[in-house]
Design a protein around this ligand. Structure first.
Ligand SMILES: Nc1ncnc2c1ncn2[C@@H]1O[C@H](COP(=O)(O)OP(=O)(O)OP(=O)(O)O)[C@@H](O)[C@H]1O
Ligand SMILES: [Mg+2]
Length: 303
């Protein structure tokens, strides 16, 4: 459905996307993860022609977005990172204008808008100005807008950033429903758990290239298998001594604590009981561990 080969986007001398290779198949929910500035939104912009690539190849539905962005846009819906709603108009007016913009037949517009407002639990806000909506309601409304054209491909650029857990779960439910009905979904998110819940496959991007790819389970298995014990920095000296004598433990630290990774839970339990250390937390490795490993823990100057 989307194929990128050696895809490049340069802004002046700076390559925001720097030789990206990926394939997104029909019917899958595909995740695009990566730190701030990794090039996710730039890639998304290139898929429907708002950002022009400077190198490589890109095909969406078999079309080149440089020349056939109209055909592509007709079949895709986008929840953009910024809401871009007209604040002076009402919810209903915003959606009707968008219907006209994307060519929904005039006699179908009202029905389609009302159905989708109902679907996103926004019908009660239909005649309110945008300015009177909360952040979560605006985000749901951008979902409505993305679905007005009945898209085969739905692109979600950080759809749930800043939303409370209840609204986030509601949107996850909608994404799963659309996915199960056959819609292809591309999702960017900074919530690793969200990616684990929703994505069949994902890539972790860093500095404009793919740093890792696979299903969430495969990525964890490949890059951060096992368990993590998190210990208080108060035990720093003792833990350093333990790790010195047993090099099989891997150790990282940040201001939130000391992280020890082991292949098995038994190994971790033995480590803290034998040394009389109480862990702050013990958990299986997750996608966040993979993300930190593949992207480096430091904030890049470019973020
Ligand atoms: N129009 C532009 N002109 C110059 N530089 C740009 C432009 N758009 C993006 N960039 C740069 O390209 C890089 C990638 O930006 P992009 O928005 O694609 O990142 P992202 O992965 O979506 O990040 P975030 O998680 O913060 O949304 C950044 O360094 C950004 O400053
Ligand atoms: Mg972005």
């Amino acid at each position: 459905m989307i194929t990128a080969s050696s895809l490049v986007k340069k802004f002046g001398d700076f390559a925001a996307v720097d030789g990206l290779n990926l394939q997104i198949n029909k019917g899958e929910c595909f995740g695009l993860l990566g730190p701030n500035g990794a090039g996710k939104s730039t890639f998304i912009g290139m898929t429907y022609g708002t950002v022009q690539r400077t190198g490589g190849d890109l095909k969406v539905f078999g079309y080149d977005p440089k020349t056939h962005y109209r055909e592509i846009k007709r079949r895709m819906g986008v929840v953009t990172q910024e809401n871009a709603l007209d604040e002076s108009l009402t919810v209903f007016e915003n959606m009707i204008i968008y219907c006209a913009f994307i060519g929904v037949p005039k006699d179908e517009r009202k029905k389609r808008v009302e159905e989708l407002l109902e679907y996103m639990n926004l019908m009660h806000k239909k005649d309110m100005p945008i300015i009177a909506l909360s952040g979560g309601m605006k985000r749901r409304l951008v979902f409505v807008r993305a679905l007005l054209g009945k898209p085969e491909l739905l692109i979600l650029d950080e759809p749930t950033t800043g939303l409370d857990p209840a609204v986030r779960h509601l949107l996850w439910g909608k994404v799963k429903e659309l996915h199960s009905q056959g819609t292809t979904i591309v999702l960017t998110t900074h919530y690793m758990h969200e990616a684990e819940v929703l994505c069949d496959r994902l890539v972790i991007m860093n500095k404009g290239v793919v740093a890792g790819h696979g299903s969430p389970k495969e990525l964890i298995h490949q890059h951060a298998p096992g368990y993590v014990g998190i210990f208080s920095l108060d035990h720093q000296k003792q833990i350093h001594q333990i790790v010195e004598t047993n090099k099989s433990y891997s150790l990282t630290e940040d201001t939130s604590g000391i992280y020890i990774r082991t292949n098995s839970l038994d190994e971790l339990t033995a480590l803290h009981t034998k040394n009389n250390l109480t862990p702050l937390q013990i958990r299986p490795s997750n996608l966040e561990d993979v993300f930190l490993k593949l992207t480096g823990q430091e904030l890049s100057a470019d973020a």
